[in-house]
Structure formats: structure tokens, C-alpha cells
Design a protein around this ligand. Sequence first.
Ligand SMILES: Nc1ncnc2c1ncn2[C@@H]1O[C@H](COP(=O)(O)OP(=O)(O)OP(=O)(O)O)[C@@H](O)[C@H]1O
Ligand SMILES: [Mg+2]
Length: 265
Amino acid sequence: MSKRFGAVQALQGVDLALRPGEVVALVGDNGAGKSTLIKGIAGIHPFDEGETHFDGQAVAIHGPHDAAVLGIEIVYQDLALADNLDVVENMFLGRERTNRFGLLVEEDMEREAADTMTGLAVTTLSSVRQKVAGLSGGQRQTVAVGKAVMWNSKVVILDEPTAALGVAQTRQVLDLVARLGEQGLAVLLVSHNLHDVFEVADRIVVLRLGQLVGDLDASQVNQQQVVEAITAGTLTSVPDMALHATGPGLDSDDDDPGTSGEEHA
Ligand SMILES: Nc1ncnc2c1ncn2[C@@H]1O[C@H](COP(=O)(O)OP(=O)(O)OP(=O)(O)O)[C@@H](O)[C@H]1O
Ligand SMILES: [Mg+2]
């Protein structure tokens, strides 16, 4: 897959495979292209070039709906949950179940939400009728994951799911991620936290300057090797001038006002 935003080649010839039952971590420095890659897979910013195959079939993902139909679900970092609604209402938001008179079938939805949480061995929620506003960060993450897997999903993509969490909550979410893999889902986990990555990932995919510079078996590498790939992994093609302009220090911080001025011009 390749994707360009104006002068910036955000992804170049990235080849990624996700398999059932496997947790793949997607790592890379700021601006490496991780979000662009997952947004492409989910149809939010379709790729400019490339092919997507699902269950061996070539498929076209032009929008989030196409991805959802295939069973590809994303859990965003901001979670996109509605605070004023309870857990069941959040899990069915936009896909509410109604009977033939257009009335909500509350009991069915409640049972299905509760079954999903039980299936994921979630024990930290006292009731699926709790309002989301009163949940902890870890519980919210759990609801968002439950929402993603409830729709017969086959691929679940998580964007930095533990970034805002404390130690115990991180533990819960990592356990949940591992369980998704055990249940046969293909899981893609975007993370900056290599400790988390090594806890749950079977495979580690490294992006650097929009190119895939490592596809590593997590049991065969150590943190140091992954850091090396992130910071100095071998690029197969030379980034063009535009990419240099946004280049290392890619965290687009203000340490180089000259180039970042050009970059945003
Ligand atoms: N909507 C957009 N318009 C223009 N450029 C974009 C857009 N989205 C991403 N880019 C550029 O594409 C490159 C890759 O960005 P991306 O957000 O995918 O990086 P990332 O790996 O997710 O970084 P981070 O770890 O900071 O979230 C960056 O140079 C970024 O500036
Ligand atoms: Mg990102």
C-alpha cells in the first residue's frame, strides 16, 4: 500500500499480512505512518495504490462501511464513546436492534452486550447498564473493545489502547488483547510502548518514514533490536525531498522552525 498527502509520501509500498489468532504490533516513530496505515485498512483514508486481500479474495475498501462489512473494526485512541449513554447503548450506538415496529429490543441488546463481555472474560464491569461517564479509563477501553468484537469482527485494530492507563488498567487491557488473539481474531496493535508490545505481540511490524523496515518474530528479537529498526531500519527506497523536509525529528516538534515552516506552507 502507498499513500501520499500532498508532498508527503506517508506510506510507500508497505506490505502487511494479518492472520487469524495472531497479535501483530505496529510500531514506529512519530510520523512513521502507523495511523495512516490503519486508517487505510479501515477505509477512512483509502490508499492511493495497493491491493487488499481478505480471506484470499481481492477486496475494495473505499470507506468505513466496506471495512465493517468485512469484519474489520478499529478501536480509536479517543474511543468515541458517548458519556451520557450506558454500556449497552454505547455498544449498539448507530446499529441499534429494532423489531418490525421500529422499537428497540432492549432485552436482546442487553443480553448480547453482557454475553460479549462475559465471552471476553471481562469482570471489571459491575453492570452493562452503567453510564460510561462513571467508568475508569480501563473500563472504557474494555467497552470499546467489546463494541468492536461484538459485530462478528475478524480483524480488530487498536490504536494505543494503553496510552492513558495506569498499571493495573494496562494489565487488564493487555490481557484482553491477548484474549482476542486466543479467540481467533487477527489483532493489530499500534503502540509506542515496547513493554506492552513484548507482552502481547506474536509479531512486530516496524514502519520508518512510511516504509516497512521490519517484520519480526517477537520471540526472536529483543527490545534493543526493535528500537534499532525504529530509528535506523534499512529503507528500501530513498525518501524523496518532501519526506526529508518532514524528516527525522519527525515528531514535527518545533525544534526546527525552518523546515517545519516549509512543511506546513
Ligand atoms: N491528513 C493528513 N494530511 C497531511 N499529512 C498527513 C495527514 N495524516 C498524516 N499525514 C502525514 O503523514 C505522515 C505519517 O503520519 P501518521 O499520522 O501516519 O504517523 P504515525 O506513525 O501515526 O505517528 P504518531 O506516532 O505521531 O501518531 C506524517 O508525515 C504526517 O504529517
Ligand atoms: Mg498516529
